[in-house]
Design a protein around this ligand. Structure first.
Ligand code: HEM
Length: 187
């Protein structure tokens, strides 16, 4: 029997088991929309740089995540090496683009949920693990805080926290299911 795919599908119980039961108020959606508009005016490259920087921390906590972006086991995970990694920069750009789609469609959470579920499922082939998602959420919040400064009020932060929890929970569900399906096919 081949070894089960190691993508966290048997991993820790998630904080939000039922992703359809999320409480995301109209007011919070407006806060997200208004603050996201500030990004689309320009400065996306800065968000990408800030968020890429946070992978330095992810790789400190989880050096195994670096292999997904082409780092070899003995490669030093220095700030310079992480920031200079083109695949990582491309991925951050994709995450930002994905967020743009989500913000534009967040009034239809069912459609957003389906999109994220499928995206999460595709991550099984990239060898992503469920535990990698929380640091990505933290890194996005950090990047937003840097960009928005005093406009990143506790209410705006909370609203983004809700949205990023939706992203994380749906993607993790999709990944967990795809991983379980892969493992049962391989048995
Ligand atoms: C906010 C969460 C995330 C979003 C929105 C996202 C989005 C994407 C998108 C749009 C792609 C392009 C391919 C496709 O559509 O199937 C992709 C590829 C990929 N993702 Fe993610 N992702 C997220 C989280 C993660 C995490 C946590 C990891 C692992 C640390 C990861 C690792 C990868 C890898 C290795 C690829 C393959 C392509 C490449 O080398 O860039 N992703 N992701």
């Amino acid at each position: 029997m081949s070894k089960p795919a190691d993508c966290g599908c048997y991993g820790q119980k998630q904080a939000q088991e039922d992703s359809s039961a999320v409480d995301f108020s109209q007011e919070q959606k407006m806060l997200v929309q208004d603050s996201w508009a500030i990004f689309s005016i320009g400065d996306q490259p800065q968000v990408v740089t800030d968020t890429t920087y946070l992978y330095v921390n992810l790789f400190r906590i989880r050096p195994d995540a670096a292999a997904l972006f082409g780092f070899k086991e003995d490669d030093p995970l220095t700030e310079e090496a992480v920031l200079g990694n083109q695949r990582l920069k491309t991925h951050v750009g994709r995450v930002v683009k994905g967020l743009d789609f989500i913000v534009k469609n967040m009034y239809d959470l069912e459609e957003v949920g389906d999109f994220l579920h499928e995206l999460g499922a595709r991550h099984v082939k990239y060898r992503a693990r469920n535990e990698f998602f929380q640091p990505i959420k933290e890194s996005m919040l950090f990047a937003f805080e840097r960009k928005l400064g005093s406009q990143f009020t506790p209410q705006v932060k909370q609203a983004w926290g809700v949205l990023l929890d939706i992203v994380t929970t749906h993607m993790q569900e999709g990944l967990r299911e795809a991983c379980a399906a892969k493992n049962s096919q391989e048995q």
